[in-house]
Design a protein around this ligand. Structure first.
Ligand code: S3P
Length: 171
């Protein structure tokens, strides 16, 4: 329920293209709490883009920074926190999130995810010869982890960002 949730940080998890940043921004406005984005914090601290961090420092470096950022943000004042699509795979990260947050999986089916990410070039994990197949296999491998979230909210092709945020509140 809303008042209970305001005491905790709402942590959005799910695939790239699920709308964590967009829905999170709208949800934070509804809840009147700050919006934070773990990718954005990593970029700020490293002074380079996610793609550059993957390229120059490697994914393990990125994951280590991601855990640090999550731990720091979850300890702070309650907020809406959007995480990178890989964040909830790590048991350590799930524990960090559980300490002070309510995790919400924004569940979006693979066809819709693909429609949303296909024209974007910012995601290093999709820079493969067959990004559609890569997205599909990431999706299949990750669903069991996302399913560990406290709440699940389903998206739909025609639902607005604001309506999705409203759905999260009502879940
Ligand atoms: C990743 C998703 C990205 C970003 C990085 C890795 C992933 O975040 O953290 O490229 O492993 O799925 P978004 O989910 O915001 O695209």
């Amino acid at each position: 329920d809303l008042t209970e949730r305001l005491k905790k940080t709402v942590v959005l998890v799910g695939m790239m293209g699920a709308g964590k940043t967009a829905v999170g921004t709208a949800l934070a406005r509804l809840l009147r709490v700050p919006f934070r984005d773990s990718d954005e914090e990593i970029v700020k601290a490293a002074q380079r883009s996610i793609a550059e961090i993957f390229e120059r420092d490697g994914e393990p470096f990125f994951r280590a920074r991601e855990s640090e950022v999550l731990a720091r943000l979850v300890r702070g004042e309650p907020c809406v926190l959007s995480t990178g699509g890989g964040a909830f795979l790590s048991e350590k990260n799930r524990e960090i999130v559980a300490q002070a947050g309510v995790s919400v999986w924004l569940r979006v089916d693979i066809d819709l995810l693909w429609q949303r990410v296909r024209h974007k070039t910012t995601r290093p994990l999709l820079r493969t010869p067959n990004p559609r197949a890569t997205l599909q296999s990431l999706y299949e491998a990750r669903v069991p982890f996302y399913a560990l979230a406290d709440l699940v909210v389903d998206s739909a092709p025609d639902i607005s960002v604001e309506a999705m945020a409203q759905r999260v509140l009502e879940t």
